[in-house]
Design a protein around this ligand. Structure first.
Ligand code: IPD
Length: 269
């Protein structure tokens, strides 16, 4: 079973993401309630996040019982196949709570230790149920939006770049992030805070953003989106060219990524 091709893994991930997206959308239309807060009062989980993750988890375990699982809402289970499914059932939970369309189901299948510094992402899907947009990639197989191949914007200088970012749920970190944004905004075309890291990374992949950076992402926020952005031609890195981690994630066409990282360094990111 562990010998499934990356295309097989992607096909299953797409099927699960679409079922999960339909559930999340139906629950949103019926009305959403906060179930609990997590790391801070701003970091919330809805009943729909939990229900959607439970659906994803059971579909994976029915189809691939030997694979591991790591999800935002229900924790991790080691498998025996060497593959792990890294899942954010609703990335953009605050948008979801407020009825803003920018939320997505994010599912990646990774090989190796299920930690961003060690894993290799094999397949990834980010599904936006309201827009009915499906971003996908397999390792070495390119990135797609629906059936169309997608590519990052090339040749964009920093002063012409539309840059996405996000903010932590910790008010102390947000104050520092706000100061960095205040220094950056006069050096770029403009800044967007869309509220879903997975969609931000797919935004870079599809040319809707020129670059994206954020401190404090969790593995499930970037696992699928980073593969999609990379397969679309982006450099997706952490600090000093390392892999993206909770510390820092930056995605852009490689020359712009170098310039943006340098500028963010000067601003004390
Ligand atoms: C959040 C979103 C947001 C980003 C936060 C993430 P969640 O994920 O991706 O855009 O700024 O860092 O935690 O909580 O909605 O799954």
């Amino acid at each position: 079973m562990a010998s499934a091709s990356n295309a097989d893994l992607l096909e299953l991930a797409v099927h699960i993401a679409q079922e999960a997206g339909a559930l999340a959308r139906a629950r949103r239309e019926a009305g959403v309630q906060v179930a609990a807060s997590k790391s801070s009062a701003e970091d919330i989980v809805t009943h729909a996040d939990r229900e959607t993750e439970a659906l994803i988890r059971s579909m994976i375990s029915d189809a691939r019982p030997s694979d591991g699982f790591s999800g935002e809402e229900s924790g991790a289970d080691a498998g025996s196949s060497g593959l792990t499914w890294v899942v954010d059932p609703i990335d953009g939970t605050v948008n979801y709570l407020y009825g803003i369309a920018e939320y997505a189901v994010s599912i990646a299948v990774v090989e190796g230790e299920p930690a961003p510094l060690q894993w290799t992402a094999l397949a990834g899907v980010v599904f936006s149920p309201v827009a009915d947009e499906l971003f996908t990639a397999t390792l070495g197989g390119g990135a797609r939006l629906g059936s169309s191949s997608i590519q990052v914007n090339r040749g964009v200088t920093l002063d012409k770049a539309l840059v996405g970012t996000g903010f932590s749920y910790s008010s102390e970190s947000r104050a520092r992030q706000g100061a960095v944004v205040a220094g950056l905004i006069s050096q770029v075309r403009d800044i967007r805070r869309r509220g879903s890291a997975a969609l931000d990374l797919c935004g870079v992949a599809s040319g809707r953003l020129d670059a994206y950076y954020e401190r404090g992402l969790q593995p499930w926020d970037h696992a699928a989106g980073a593969l999609i952005a990379r397969e679309a031609g982006a450099s997706v890195t952490g600090l000093n060219g390392s892999r993206p981690t909770a510390e820092f994630t930056l995605a852009a066409e490689p020359a712009l990524a170098v310039k943006l990282e340098q500028t963010l360094g000067e601003l004390g990111v």
